[in-house]
Design a protein around this ligand. Structure first.
Ligand code: ADE
Ligand code: ZN
Length: 333
């Protein structure tokens, strides 16, 4: 079973590159950049990864991201993620980064985007992983800051696939960001948004109707609204679910309680992703495996989830067809 799940050709559509920073790399970068950490050892860092909700995680996650300083740091971080992804036969990765986490500390937008982009190019050449980069706006910061960030991004527009919305959800509804997302769309960027992770179904409606999100990141709270479920199924709007994240941030008490299979069975385009694998205890293949065990997924379910990941991706038609054919051959054994 493990070999089957790891070898399943898949796309990962919900991974924050800053959330792939393993404690070992955090210490290396802190040392080489002269950044003081509030932890003494890798073990102490790992022991601190006990979260009670999204905010308790974000506080530590932004603290950890302070070590990322040079273009080489962003390259190394992204390259390490891609090597891990290749072990799970990730064929396509659409990766988030949070520019404001860096620009607010005086790190130029260019440093982050160039380092990440170079690693994505290397990943394509060395590992055959197709990829795209999604810039997220931090919703706990102001709309003006989001506009400034979009302006900083425009010279690098050709390196970006889409814009997203992340960080502290409750109290920061999507509609506040209507104008900046409209501007991003006019620039030809696609739209995704975190919604319904901790926030109510209304945030999912707004992400769709006001921001024009093409897929919803998390979206687990959609289950509370039958009309929303009908719409998501009818319009085949994907949900990029992150099971380990939901357990670590206490959205569900355990994997056995997760609604992933219920929503899959209702015909929603559900996908499995890792979110912040260095913080939540596993990469995308680990998420597939654990969910499969906890919810008793069949091989057919796993094939559907992998197929959904390509359907939900922003791949061009030709490349999507190629990966789906690869998946078909894999499933046919
Ligand atoms: N940033 C990184 N991980 C996140 C998550 N799970 N929700 C919102 N913002 C995030
Ligand atoms: Zn996320």
């Amino acid at each position: 079973m493990e070999a089957f799940v790891r070898g399943l050709p898949k796309a990962e559509l919900h991974v924050h590159i800053e959330g792939t920073l393993e404690p070992e790399m955090m210490f290396q970068m802190a040392q080489r950049n002269g950044v003081a950490l509030s932890f003494e050892s890798v073990e102490e860092v790992r022991a601190a990864y006990e979260f009670t909700d999204l905010q308790s995680f974000l506080d530590i996650y932004y603290e950890g991201a302070r070590v990322l300083t040079t273009e080489q740091d962003f390259f190394d971080l992204t390259h390490a993620y891609l090597r891990k992804a290749a072990e799970d036969n990730v064929r396509r990765a659409e990766i988030f980064f949070d520019p404001q986490t860096h620009t607010e500390r005086g790190i130029p937008f260019e440093t982050a985007v160039t380092g990440i982009h170079r690693a994505l190019e290397a990943g394509r050449a060395e590992l055959g992983i197709s990829s795209g980069l999604i810039m997220c706006f931090l919703r706990h910061l102001s709309v003006e800051s989001a506009h400034r960030t979009l302006e900083q991004a425009l010279p690098f527009r050709h390196l970006l696939l889409a814009v997203g919305l992340d960080s502290s959800e409750v109290g920061n509804p999507p509609e506040a960001f209507e104008a900046v997302f409209a501007r991003a769309r006019r620039e030809g960027l696609l739209v995704v948004a975190h919604a319904g992770e901790e926030g109510p179904p209304a945030y999912i409606w707004k992400a769709l109707d006001v921001l024009h999100a093409r897929r919803i990141d998390h979206g687990v709270r959609a289950e509370e609204d039958p009309n929303l479920l009908l719409r998501l199924a009818e319009e085949r709007i994907p949900l990029t679910m992150c099971p380990f994240s939901n357990i670590k941030l206490r959205v569900f008490p355990s994997l056995a309680d997760h609604n992933l299979k219920r929503l899959l069975d209702r015909g929603l385009v559900v996908t499995i992703n890792s979110d912040d694998p260095a913080y939540f205890g596993g990469y995308v293949g680990d998420n597939y495996l654990a969910v499969s065990e906890a919810l008793g997924l069949s091989r057919e379910n796993l094939g559907t989830l992998a197929g959904n990941s390509f359907e939900a991706s922003f791949l061009r038609v030709e490349e999507r067809r190629r990966f789906l054919a690869e998946l078909d051959r894999y499933l046919a054994g």
